[in-house]
Every structure is written in C-alpha cells, then in structure tokens.
Design a protein around this ligand. Structure first.
Ligand SMILES: [Cu+2]
Length: 132
C-alpha cells in the first residue's frame, strides 16, 4: 500500500524537522548567555575630586607657567623669590596682592576658561591656566 508508506515518510520528515528545530533552539538557548559581552570592570570614578596644583614663583617666573586643570582645582602659588610678587588675573577673578618670600596664595578655578595672569610688580612675568 502506498498510503502508509507515504505517511511514514511524512512522519520521518516531521521528526527530522523537529530534531533540527530542537537543535536550533538549544543552540540558541546555549548561545544566548554568551551573547551580551561581559561588562568591563567598573573604573573608579569618585566624581569630581578636588585636586590641588602647586605653582612655584622663582627666578622671576611662574613654574609651571602654563597647564590645564579640571574645574574645581585649587592652585596654590608660593613665592620662593627674595623680591615680592603678585598673582593677578587680567580678567576679574583674583589678585593675591603682594606675596613676600614664602607667602602662598590659593585660588579655586570653578569655571572653564583660559585664565591669564601676571605679576603687577614685574608685568613681564606672565602665565596661563586653562580650565576645562
Ligand atoms: Cu613679580
């Protein structure tokens, strides 16, 4: 009889089809957990940490005379020279007034910008702090 043979062939086909479908599903299921890349180790980001940068005034110069800091950084100047100096912005902002030997002056840069400053006693002494 042709009919049972036909049915058997059909069943076999279905079984093979189901087998492939199951293999496919298991394959997918076993792959899925690997699909999302493992999150990279979290870098320690404690937020905007306040930092301090030291600037030495010596030899009639600000050292370093140009550098970049992030907002919130406090810069402290120390006059190591014998003669007095000042730390004075060209824009409104800060003026240390006269710093004698060993005196310090600090200013915290909260806003981004380029801050040029100089010594009012020796105007050729100039320097720049970039906040960004
Ligand atoms: Cu000076």
């Amino acid at each position: 009889m042709k009919r049972p043979r036909y049915t058997g062939a059909g069943l076999t086909g279905i079984i093979i089809g189901l087998a492939f479908l199951l293999i496919g599903l298991f394959g997918l299921a076993s792959c899925q957990p690997e699909a999302p890349a493992p999150a990279p180790a979290p870098a320690p980001v404690p937020g905007p940490s306040p930092t301090t940068v030291e600037v030495k005034i010596s030899g009639f110069a600000f050292k370093p005379d140009t550098f970049t800091v992030s907002p919130g950084t406090t810069v402290t100047w120390t006059n190591l020279d014998g003669p007095p100096h000042t730390v004075t912005t060209r824009e409104t902002g800060y003026d240390s007034e006269r710093l004698s030997t060993g005196d310090t002056f600090s200013y915290t840069f909260e806003l981004s910008g380029t801050y040029e400053y100089y010594c009012t006693i020796h105007p050729s002494m100039t320097a720049t702090i970039i906040v960004e």
